[in-house]
Design a protein around this ligand. Structure first.
Ligand code: APR
Ligand code: ZN
Ligand code: ZN
Length: 358
């Protein structure tokens, strides 16, 4: 089958047509991927920032159809449409028992460390155990979320990472309240999803911060009430709030400097949610003299901040009710052969989401 593989950090992806998946063993399912979004974490993996072993197949924002199930799998059957869930919940650890399946690491690390492809007889890894830049993937059955067949694969794919991560940070982690003021620092796919959720939650002001002029042009469609470049953000926040700062700020880039910017934009007692994924040794500098005295809340948010399958179903419902304009997030469609163009586009900061159809 066809797949895009990264052979060394910093290189472009190599599209091959002789990739093989591992066997659909007990507890596993084989999915024919139909659409996959391109997320910044794929690029971070490809530059070596996330420490993914090479060679690997990137891609973790995907949806498709189950074509085979291994022994003991009863949750899905061939023909079912599914979204790939990159944090499968084991159901048994302390996090899972508490209802926080999104915090389960039992299966994810194992999946990430196990090659799920083969090329020319050699093992090939995948980004966080997924590898959706391939026509077929074999995954633990906990890694797929069954959805109704009326949901187009491209929409379902976006829910696989960016939409869940962005909206969940706002609705679940922060719990943004009606009438509050919000900043979104970084308006890529994840940031735009956060912005739509802030609008849905009834935020009165949504300040979009992004260096891309093209981005600042199009964010009003997703709920932004003002859009500024990073240099102008502090002044804009002060003007909107009489110098107080904003109630909730979201860092959706994944860099220390943008996390610090989000910190500064929040008011005393406000909430700063870090959604972007930096490298392990990227450190955040905060003044200890202000942390307690300003009484701000600093919190991280992973994959929507709640039980992933349950939240994905809620998001499908919100999309169906016309409350999330996910179609508008797709700014480009590509075939797998041209996938490297999607990363060029991502680096400009002008794209929201590029979707590869398989
Ligand atoms: N301030 C604000 N925005 C910035 C800055 C900055 N200094 N630098 C870049 N950006 C903007 C880019 O212009 C772009 O619009 O951040 C956006 C990033 O968008 P994408 O590349 O599409 O990234 P996305 O897929 O949304 O992911 C963002 O969330 O899940 C994590 O790992 C992911 O860390 C990544 C982050
Ligand atoms: Zn992602
Ligand atoms: Zn668990």
């Amino acid at each position: 089958m066809r797949a895009a593989v990264l052979r060394e950090y910093g290189a472009p992806l190599d599209v091959v047509d002789t990739m093989e998946t591992i066997e659909t063993g007990p507890g596993r399912v084989k999915v024919r991927i139909r659409a996959t979004g391109m997320c910044h974490s794929d690029l971070s993996g490809m530059t070596g920032k996330l420490g993914v072993p090479v060679p690997f197949v990137p891609g973790h924002e995907g949806a498709g159809e189950v074509v085979e199930v291994g022994g003991g799998v009863t949750s899905v059957a061939p023909g079912d449409h599914v979204i790939v869930n990159f944090i499968p919940a084991c159901g048994e650890c302390a996090n899972c028992r508490r209802g926080d399946g999104h915090l389960c690491t039992a299966m994810m690390y194992k999946a990430a460390g196990t090659p799920n492809f083969r090329l020319d007889g050699q093992p090939v890894f995948s980004l966080i155990g997924c590898g959706t830049f391939a026509e077929e993937v074999v995954l633990p059955h906990q890694s797929v979320v069954r959805i109704d067949k009326d949901v187009p694969f491209d929409i379902a794919a976006l829910i696989g990472c960016g939409v869940t991560t962005g909206t969940g940070a706002v609705l679940n982690t922060a719990g943004v309240r009606e009438g509050s003021t919000v900043a979104i620092v970084g308006c890529g796919g994840v940031g735009i999803a956060a912005m739509m959720a802030a609008r849905l939650a009834g935020a009165s002001q949504i300040l979009a911060v992004d260096p891309s002029p093209a981005k600042r042009e199009l964010v009003t469609r997703f709920g932004a009430t003002a859009a500024v470049s990073p240099e102008d953000a502090e002044a804009a926040a002060a003007e909107l709030t009489d110098g107080q700062g904003l109630d909730y700020t979201f860092e959706v880039v994944g860099r220390p400097s943008t996390a610090e910017a989000a910190w500064k934009l929040a008011r005393r007692g406000g909430t700063v949610v870090v959604v972007g994924v930096g490298a392990r040794d990227d450190l955040l500098q905060l003044s200890l003299g202000t942390l307690a005295t300003q009484s701000k809340n600093l919190v991280g948010s992973v994959y929507g901040g709640m039980d992933v399958p349950r939240f994905m179903q809620q998001l499908v419902g919100l999309w169906r009710d016309g409350k999330l304009d996910l179609e508008a997030m797709i700014t480009r469609r590509l075939q797998l052969e041209d996938i490297n163009e999607g990363f060029d586009l991502m680096k400009t900061g002008d794209a929201i989401r590029t979707v590869v159809e398989l």
